[in-house]
Design a protein around this ligand. Structure first.
Ligand code: FAD
Ligand code: ZN
Length: 480
C-alpha cells in the first residue's frame, strides 16, 4: 500500500515516462506542455493543471499495462474522456506528477444486437457516434446531451450523465447492461454481459458508474437500445410562474404518460440571452412570458398520435389559464428551433459575464418553493444579480445559475462563488434535495461531500476506494 498522498509523490523520472510511452508508442504519447494544453484545461477555464504525460492507448490491453505500471510505481493517473465534465474531475492538479490517460482512440462500435436491443462499444466513442450507430440499426440510444459531439460513453458512464431524456429513459446507469473495466492493478474485469436478468450477487457495474474515474478505467460498455419513436412532437408554452409550470407538468404527465419524453424549463432571461448571443434563434411566441416550458412527446404510431396528446395537454392548460400562450412545432425544423433555445443556454451565459452555477435537484413538487427562496436569497446577497434557473423540470433537476450584475466586476462577483453556493445549497438541503443532480462531485464539490453524506456512507465509500485502489493511483483528490 502506498500511503503517500498523491500530491506529495514525485514527478515521474524520465526513465519511467519512457516505460509508459513504450506501452502506447511514441506517436500516441504527448510530452510537450504546449501539445498537452487541450487536456489540461476544462472548457470554462475554471480548472487548469499540469501533467507529466498524456497517454492515448488504443486497446484495453494497453490501458491494462498502463495501470499495472502506474500501480507498481505509485504514479497517479487521471482518466479523461471528451473533457466536457463540469466539475473538474478530468483535469489534473498543478503538481505535474500525474499521467492523463485519454480514451479518445478507443472509438469502435463493437457490435449492435437489434434483437436483444443492445450495443457494445469502446468507452472512447462519442455520445453522438453511439447515437448514430443505434440510429443506423433503426434503434434509439436515448441519452442526449448538448455536449454529445465531444463527450464519450466512458465519461457519460463515469459521471452517470443525465440530460433531457432522463424523464422517460433514465440516466446513464439505467441505460447500461454491462461494462469492461481495467482495475487499478491492471486486471481486466470483463462484465460485458447483455442480460436483462442476472441475479448472481453484487452488481459490480454500479460501483464504476458515477465513480468519476476513481475506481477503475472503463474501456467498454453494453448499452440498452430502444425502438425508434415513429412520431415526435415538440411544443413550447409561455407561463407566468414556476407554480404554473408545475401545474402544466402534472397535466402533461397525466395525459402524456409514458410518451412524455422531455419537460424542460427556461426563464425569460434565458430566452433573452439566447436571442442576444445565439445563432439562428428567434423568440418562440408572440409576446414575452416570464417562464417557458419545452415539452416533447414521442411514441409509436400504434400507440396513438403523440400530436393529439400534446394538443390535449395544451388545450386543458390554456382553458384552465395555466398557460398564457403555446406553439406546437409544425415541422422538424421548427422543433429543432425550439430545442436550440434550450440547448444553447449553457453556452450563452458565458457572454453575460461571470456565472455562479448550481446543479441541484429537489422533489418536483418543491421546485417553485426552491426557485423563489433561492432567488430571494441570492438577490439579497448581491443586489442586481440575475438568477437563470433552467433545466430538467420533470426530474426535479434545476441548473440554478446566477449571472453577475451587468455593472459589477467579474472577478469580484466570482469571488462570492462559495458563499452563494453555501446559501443555495442550504435551501436545497432544507428541501431534502441533492447538491449534485447530474454533473458529479469532481474537484468542485469534493469538500462539500462530508456535509451531505452520513458518516456511514462516507465510511462505505472510503472502504470501497481502499479495496479497489489501495495505492491511491486512480484520480486521487477527486470525489473523495
Ligand atoms: P470527461 O469530462 O473527460 O470526464 C468526466 C469524469 O469521468 C472525470 O472524472 C474523468 O476522470 C472520468 N472519466 C472519463 N472517461 C473515463 C473512463 N473511460 N473511465 C473512467 N473514468 C473516466 N452532463 C449531464 O449529465 N447532463 C447534461 O445535460 C449536460 N449538459 C452539458 C452541456 C454542455 C454544453 C457541456 C459542456 C457539458 C454538459 N454536461 C452535461 C457535462 C458533461 O458533458 C458530462 O459530464 C459528460 O458525461 C462527460 O463526458 P466526457 O467524456 O467529456 O468526460
Ligand atoms: Zn443538465
Amino acid at each position: 500500500m502506498n500511503d503517500t498522498p498523491a500530491k506529495e509523490r514525485p514527478v515521474p523520472p524520465d526513465a519511467l515516462l519512457d516505460r509508459f510511452a513504450a506501452i502506447v508508442g511514441e506517436k500516441y504519447t504527448v510530452r510537450e506542455a504546449s501539445d498537452m494544453a487541450p487536456h489540461l484545461v476544462e472548457l470554462r477555464g475554471l480548472y487548469e493543471g499540469r501533467a507529466a504525460l498524456v497517454l492515448r492507448p488504443g486497446s484495453t490491453d494497453e490501458v491494462s499495462r498502463i495501470l499495472a505500471l502506474a500501480n507498481e510505481t505509485g504514479t497517479p493517473v487521471v482518466p479523461q474522456g471528451g473533457n466536457t465534465g463540469l466539475v473538474g474531475g478530468q483535469i489534473p492538479f498543478d503538481t505535474g506528477n500525474e499521467v492523463i490517460v485519454s480514451l479518445t482512440r478507443m472509438n469502435r462500435i463493437r457490435t449492435v444486437d437489434s434483437v436483444g436491443n443492445a450495443m457494445t462499444v469502446d468507452a472512447g466513442v462519442t455520445l453522438a457516434q453511439a447515437r448514430e450507430a443505434a440510429d443506423a440499426a433503426d434503434r434509439l440510444f436515448p441519452l442526449s446531451l448538448p455536449s454529445e459531439g465531444s463527450c464519450q460513453i466512458g465519461g457519460n458512464l463515469s459521471t452517470n450523465a443525465g440530460g433531457a431524456a432522463v424523464l422517460a429513459y433514465g440516466n446513464t446507469r439505467e441505460l447500461t447492461l454491462g461494462l469492461e473495466v481495467v482495475l487499478a492493478d491492471g486486471r481486466v474485469w470483463d462484465g460485458l454481459r447483455s442480460l436483462r436478468k442476472d441475479n448472481t450477487g453484487y452488481d459490480l457495474k454500479d460501483l464504476f458508474i458515477g465513480a468519476e474515474g476513481t475506481l477503475g478505467i472503463i474501456t467498454g460498455a453494453v448499452l440498452k437500445l430502444f425502438p425508434k419513436p415513429e412520431s415526435r412532437t415538440t411544443a413550447i408554452a409561455g407561463l407566468s410562474s414556476v407554480a404554473n409550470v408545475g401545474m402544466l407538468f402534472e397535466i402533461a404527465r397525466r395525459i402524456g404518460n409514458a410518451s412524455l419524453t422531455a419537460f424542460e424549463i427556461v426563464p425569460r432571461i434565458g430566452i433573452e440571452y439566447v436571442l442576444r448571443h445565439g445563432q439562428q434563434t428567434r423568440d418562440p411566441l408572440q409576446g414575452p412570458h416570464d417562464w417557458y416550458a419545452l415539452l416533447e412527446l414521442s411514441g409509436q404510431k400504434a400507440d396513438g398520435g403523440a400530436e393529439d396528446r400534446l394538443e390535449a395537454i395544451l388545450t386543458e392548460a390554456l382553458e384552465a389559464e395555466i398557460v398564457e400562450d403555446a406553439a406546437i412545432a409544425a415541422s422538424l425544423g421548427q422543433s429543432e428551433d425550439f430545442w436550440r433555445l434550450r440547448e444553447l443556454l449553457s453556452e450563452v451565459q458565458g457572454h453575460e459575464g461571470g456565472s455562479i452555477k448550481h446543479d441541484v435537484s429537489v422533489p418536483v413538487a418543491l421546485i417553485p418553493e426552491f426557485v423563489a427562496r433561492a432567488s430571494e436569497t441570492v438577490t439579497k446577497m448581491i443586489p442586481g444579480a440575475r438568477p437563470v434557473p433552467f433545466g430538467h423540470y420533470g426530474d426535479g433537476n434545476i441548473h440554478y445559475n446566477v449571472s453577475q450584475p451587468p455593472d459589477m466586476d467579474k472577478q469580484a462577483f466570482m469571488a462570492r462563488w462559495d458563499e452563494v453556493n453555501a446559501a443555495v445549497h442550504a435551501i436545497v438541503k432544507d428541501l431534502n434535495g441533492s447538491i449534485s443532480a447530474e454533473h458529479g462531485i469532481g474537484r468542485m464539490k469534493r469538500d462539500l461531500l462530508p456535509e451531505v453524506k452520513s458518516a456511514v456512507e462516507l465510511d462505505l465509500m472510503r472502504a470501497i476506494k481502499k479495496t479497489l485502489d489501495p495505492n491511491g493511483i486512480l484520480n486521487p483528490g477527486k470525489l473523495l
